[in-house]
Design a binder for this molecule. Structure first.
Ligand code: ADP
Ligand code: MG
Length: 568
């Protein structure tokens, strides 16, 4: 008996569909791309269950007549290419002609569409491979596709879907990307009746960034533009020294497609090397126009990868564009403008290079509450010798020397302390007289709504002020006024990524990380002594809450071996 046999067509279809359609956001992506290809000027997306129960995309594009409405579900049915040459000149978003075939194979789908001719439209109802019903309906020009119960007939796939919240997060992210790439199109996103994103059509990227992120983000950016050999890049990037705490605002588009690309990323990093404050990342919204023959944007149907023929050229294009913007004056300020009194001393020590070891010194305590006097009975503990490179505390341990990372150590100490405060649910709070105002982006608003309870328990109370604006009316007492806003945003960013179980830990870890002293900061002897004592009282002195090592031991035996001294 032979062992190889052909799969029945329904099964082959489903397998193929699964390759294009992985999760709700892939459905959204395919449908929105079709709307854009149909020249829609407004696209609305409705979701239920993060898209697992329902994805509905409504557009006012060119629509389809009855014949096309039936044909569009056939595999390799497309209006976008007809000859092989077309393949190489393609500028539309979709052209494989398999999106609708795939989506309909794994869902319950209703298509309503009209091309505006004959004053009527067509409705097609399908369930998996079967057409249930085709009818004439009254319908304005445009197309609505409703996709319910994704993977209802592929339970194995269903298992790979994430929580509603997490699928919704992917949808918001995707729509933010397209909204940035197509400012002339209006986009809105609803989950049930809750409006998550709403960006009416505007003239350009600048207005779109404003709609999505508000004034504060826009004010940190400067415009850039550069053209070379038929390539062009334009957009907005950070104006040093202020950047952002994370990489959430780094967007690249190639011929209006959002892409993730190593070369583009590397060029961005290089352009900003050394010009941002510590622990800050550049923000960038960069739009590249590359000749269609020079780039393959369809390396993978579902992933945002590109392949450039001339990657060196692209790298230099971005670099030059950003360099130009950085040089255009405005951007050039000292890197650490707020620490004048520290500087001369610091320079002397830096000049000392590898010998930058400083004995303990006295210093003002700018955050006394985070460095209280240690408990009197803290028992035997390592003795501080001094600070190395303003970053490590050197101390004597039982069996040799300890080199302790001051930031990680403080983070561990604070984390344990915060956990303790948190377990009593009694965060002391501060209510600023004039609450700082923040503009939140759609993903941030979502994160805020989802984690409001946790944030409030940790001392952050936020009040909506209309539109994107929120006021930070209360924050944990341990935060300094000038950092409260930034730390709140950092916590929010963490919450956006966090799952449901680890949220609280993440919140505390972020608070600890952001309030802990940084590297390259001279410390007084009291602080170092406090840190070392407290560190050895914590639950895990050797690992910081993010899992990074806190200390390196230089064993006495290694020292003695180096000295060729017989070990005792
Ligand atoms: P592709 O986009 O690769 O051509 P699809 O399966 O996504 O393949 O769509 C098949 C065809 O259906 C498209 O080429 C287009 O002609 C038509 N179509 C799909 N969605 C829309 C829409 N929203 N408005 C108008 N026509 C559409
Ligand atoms: Mg398509």
């Amino acid at each position: 008996m032979n062992m190889i046999h052909l799969l029945p067509p329904e099964i082959a279809q489903k397998i193929a569909a699964g390759e294009v359609i992985e999760r709700p956001v892939s459905v959204i992506k395919e449908l929105v791309e079709n709307s854009l290809d149909a020249a829609a000027s407004a696209v609305r997306v409705d979701l239920a269950g993060g898209g697992k129960a329902l994805v509905r995309v409504i557009d006012n594009g060119r629509g389809m007549g009855r014949e096309d409405a039936l044909l569009c579900f056939e595999r390799h049915s497309t209006s976008k290419i007809s000859t092989e040459e077309d393949l190489w000149r393609i500028s539309s978003l979709g052209f494989r002609g398999e999106a609708l075939a795939s989506i309909s194979a794994v869902s319950r789908l209703v298509l309503r569409t009209s091309d505006g001719k004959e004053g009527k439209g067509t409705q097609v109802e399908r369930e998996g491979e079967r057409v249930l019903k085709v009818s004439d309906i009254a319908f304005p020009q445009g197309t609505t596709v409703e996709v319910r119960d994704l993977f209802f007939n592929l339970p194995a796939r269903q298992k790979f879907l994430r929580s509603d919240r997490s699928e919704l997060g992917l949808a918001v992210r995707y729509l933010t990307f397209v909204a940035l790439a197509y400012p002339e199109v209006g986009f809105s996103l609803f989950q049930g009746t809750r409006e998550i994103l709403n960006c009416p059509a505007v003239a350009g990227a600048q207005e779109r960034i404003f709609q999505l992120y508000g004034r504060a983000v826009l004010e940190r950016l400067s415009e850039c533009q550069h053209e070379e050999q038929g390539y062009e890049v334009r957009g907005f990037a950070s104006r040093p020294p202020s950047g952002r705490q994370d990489r959430a605002h780094q967007f690249f588009f190639v011929n209006r497609r959002p892409v993730k690309d190593r070369i583009l990323q590397a060029a961005l990093n290089q352009a900003f090397r050394g010009s941002l404050e510590k622990d800050q990342f550049p923000e960038a919204f960069l739009f590249l126009r590359v000749p269609f023959t020079e780039v393959d944007v369809n390396v993978h149907p579902a992933k945002a990868e590109v392949r450039f023929k001339e990657s060196q050229l692209v790298f230099h294009l971005i670099l030059r564009c950003l360099d130009k913007a950085l040089l255009q004056g405005k951007g050039f300020r000292a890197v650490y403008p707020d620490e004048p009194e520290e500087r001369p001393e610091k320079w002397v020590r830096d000049a000392a290079g590898p010998h930058a070891f400083s004995p303990p010194r006295q210093g003002k305590e700018e955050r006394p509450d985070l460095f209280p006097a240690p408990a009197a009975d803290s028992g035997p503990h390592p003795q501080v010798l001094g600070q190395y490179l303003d970053t490590y505390i050197v101390a004597t341990g039982d069996e040799g020397l300890l080199v302790i990372d001051q930031h990680n150590a403080h983070e561990r100490v604070l984390f344990d302390k915060f956990k303790e405060i948190d377990s009593r649910r009694s965060w002391p709070r501060k209510m600023p007289l004039v609450p700082p105002l923040l503009d939140l982006s759609p993903p941030e608003t979502l994160a805020l709504e989802d984690s409001q309870a946790e944030l409030e328990e940790a001392g952050f109370r936020i009040q909506p002020m209309g539109g994107r604006s929120y006021a930070l009316v209360e924050y944990p007492d341990i935060l300094k006024e000038e950092e409260a806003q930034e730390i709140f945003l950092a916590v929010l960013a963490e919450m956006k990524e966090a799952g449901t179980i680890d949220r609280r830990e993440k919140l505390l870890a972020t608070l600890a990380c952001k309030t802990a002293i940084k590297a390259h900061q001279p410390l007084s002897w009291e602080k170092m002594d406090y840190l070392v004592r407290e560190l050895f009282r914590t639950s895990r002195p050797s690992l910081c809450p993010h899992g990074r090592p806190i200390l390196v031991k230089v064993d006495r035996s290694a020292i003695e071996k180096g000295m060729k001294r017989p070990t005792v």
